[in-house]
Design a protein around this ligand. Structure first.
Ligand code: CA
Ligand code: CA
Ligand code: CA
Ligand code: CA
Length: 434
C-alpha cells in the first residue's frame, strides 16, 4: 500500500467516523449479501465482547478466471481515481492480470490488464506510483503495469507494460532513497528498485528464505531517518539513500522446525507501543504451526523483546493447532485509538511435504480462521486478545489493508492461492466495527 493511501485515510478518518456513528444509530448492521454461512454474528466470541466481529464478506470475483493454483497479489489502490479502492490480481494458468473496478461493495467489474509469461510464476504484487504521474501503477514478477490514467472514462484502456529485474514471492513498497516517492522492494528484500527508473540496486540481502518482508516490512528501525528492510531474523540497514553497503543486524525471530517450505514470514513495521521506536510485527507463513508476534524495539534496532500473540481458539469442529498465516496487517480496526493486529490462515490442503519430514501446510482437519488481535491494553502498553471473525473458507493469502468503501475504517482484501474450497476467489471483508 502506498503512502498516498495512508495520507488519504488520515484525512478521511474523522469524517468517516462521524458518518458511521450516525448510520449505526439509525439502522442495525446486517449481512446484506444474504449468505447465511457468512453471518458473523453467529460466530462464538473469542475476545472480550467488544466489536471486531462485525465484518461483512463480499466476493470481488467468484470464480477467478483460470484453473488450478496460483494467483498474485492482490494489489489494492484507487486505479480509476473515483475515490474507492479497486483491486488487481493475476492468474498463473491464464498468464493474465485483471483489475477489478469497484462499483459498490457487491459489484466489481473485471477488466483485463495484460497477458505475459512472467505472470505464470507471479506471487508478490504491489500498487506504487512508479512513473510519478499521480496515479497508482502495479509491480509484480519481472513486469510492471503503467496505469493508463483514464480508467474512469475507459476502464478497458490498455496498461503499458514495463520490465524490471525483480519479483518473486515478496514485492512491496517503501521509500528507500528518501525522495518522498515509494520505491519497489523485491526478491524477498535482496534488491530494490528506485522509482521511476526501476533500475536494480542490490542490498546484499540474499538468504535462504521462502518469504520475508511483505507486506510492509520496510521502515526506520534504527531511528536515523531512512527506511530499513526486514527479513526473517535480521534486518538490513539502509546506508542512507539505499545505495552502498547495507549492514545486517539480528532480531529474535523464532524458526519453526521442519517448516513446510522453509523459513518464511509476513512482516510489518509499525510503532506498536507508541514510544517513538518502530517495532516489527510478524507472522510465520507457508507452513503449518505458524504463529504471530510483535517484536519490541528497545533501542536503535539493537535490542529487542519478543511478544507472542496468543493463538486463536479452534473453530467449532476444527482440530487444535494453526496453519499458515500468509496474511498480516496492523491498523486501528475499531477506530478506538490503539493499534490492532490482523492475521489470516490461508487455504492450502497440501500434505505432500510430510513425506520429506516437513510439517503439512495445516494440521489435517484444521478449519482456517481470520483473526483480529484486539488491543485490550493501552496505546503505550498494548495487550492483544484474538477475536476470530472469519471461520473456514475463504482463507487469506497476501491480504491487503485499505479503506475500500471510503467510510473511514480499514477493510481487508485477499485471494486464494491453493484452494480447498470449490473455486478460486478474490474476497473483500468490509469492516463494520465502530
Ligand atoms: Ca476506484
Ligand atoms: Ca534507518
Ligand atoms: Ca515502539
Ligand atoms: Ca483499536
Amino acid at each position: 500500500m502506498s503512502n498516498q493511501i495512508y495520507t488519504k485515510l488520515k484525512l478521511s478518518r474523522f469524517s468517516g467516523v462521524v458518518i458511521i456513528l450516525i448510520i449505526c444509530s439509525i439502522i442495525p448492521i446486517a449481512n446484506i449479501d444474504g449468505d447465511n454461512r457468512k453471518q458473523n454474528s453467529a460466530l462464538p466470541r473469542a475476545g472480550i465482547g467488544r466489536g471486531m466481529k462485525k465484518w461483512t464478506h463480499f466476493y470481488i470475483a467468484n470464480p477467478l478466471p483460470g484453473e488450478s493454483w496460483g494467483a498474485s497479489g492482490p494489489a489494492l489502490a484507487d486505479f480509476d481515481g473515483d475515490g474507492d479502492l479497486d483491486a488487481m490480481t493475476s492468474r498463473r494458468t491464464t498468464e493474465t492480470a485483471y483489475w477489478y473496478e469497484r462499483i459498490d461493495d457487491e459489484t466489481w467489474e473485471q477488466h483485463t490488464v495484460e497477458s505475459t509469461p512472467e505472470l505464470k510464476t507471479a506471487l508478490g504484487m504491489v500498487a506504487v506510483d512508479i512513473d510519478h504521474d499521480g496515479n497508482p501503477d502495479v509491480a509484480t514478477n519481472q513486469v510492471w503495469f503503467k496505469n493508463p490514467g483514464n480508467l474512469a472514462e475507459n476502464p478497458d484502456a490498455r496498461w503499458e507494460m514495463g520490465k524490471y529485474e525483480g519479483g518473486g514471492h515478496d514485492v512491496l513498497a517503501g521509500d528507500i532513497d528518501g525522495d518522498g516517492w515509494d520505491d519497489v522492494v523485491a526478491d524477498i528484500g535482496a534488491s530494490w528498485f528506485p522509482t521511476p527508473s526501476m533500475e536494480k540496486v542490490d542490498t546484499g540481502g540474499e538468504g535462504d528464505y521462502h518469504g520475508g518482508p511483505s507486506p510492509k516490512g520496510v521502515g526506520d528501525l534504527d531511528g536515523d531517518g531512512d527506511n530499513d528492510i526486514v527479513q526473517p531474523g535480521r534486518w538490513l540497514e539502509n546506508p542512507g539513500d539505499g545505495h552502498g553497503t547495507w549492514r545486517k543486524h539480528d532480531w529474535p525471530h523464532v524458526p519453526i522446525p521442519n517448516a513446510s517450505y522453509g523459513t518464511s514470514t509476513r512482516s510489518w513495521v509499525e510503532d506498536v507501543n507508541n514510544d517513538g521506536k518502530n517495532d516489527i510485527v510478524y507472522s510465520d507463513c507457508d507452513t503449518g504451526d505458524s504463529h504471530v508476534y510483535w517484536v519490541e524495539n528497545k533501542g536503535k534496532g539493537d535490542e529487542w523483546v519478543r511478544h507472542k500473540l496468543p493463538d486463536p481458539p479452534a473453530a467449532p469442529g476444527s482440530v487444535p493447532g494453526t496453519g499458515s498465516f500468509h496474511s498480516l496487517g496492523v491498523a486501528d480496526f475499531d477506530n478506538d485509538g490503539d493499534l490492532d493486529i490482523f492475521a489470516g490462515e490461508q487455504e492450502d490442503p497440501d500434505t505432500y511435504m510430510t513425506q520429506d519430514g516437513k510439517l503439512p501446510m495445516k494440521p489435517p482437519g484444521l478449519i482456517e480462521r481470520g483473526v483480529i488481535w484486539e488491543n485490550v491494553g493501552t496505546t503505550t502498553e498494548p495487550s492483544f486478545e484474538p477475536v476470530v471473525f472469519q471461520i473456514d473458507n475463504p482463507g487469506f493469502h497476501e491480504a491487503q489493508l485499505g479503506d475500500v468503501d471510503g467510510d473511514g475504517d480499514i477493510d481487508i482484501v485477499s485471494k486464494i492461492w491453493n484452494r480447498d474450497s470449490p473455486t478460486y476467489t478474490l474476497n473483500y471483508w468490509r469492516n463494520d466495527n465502530d
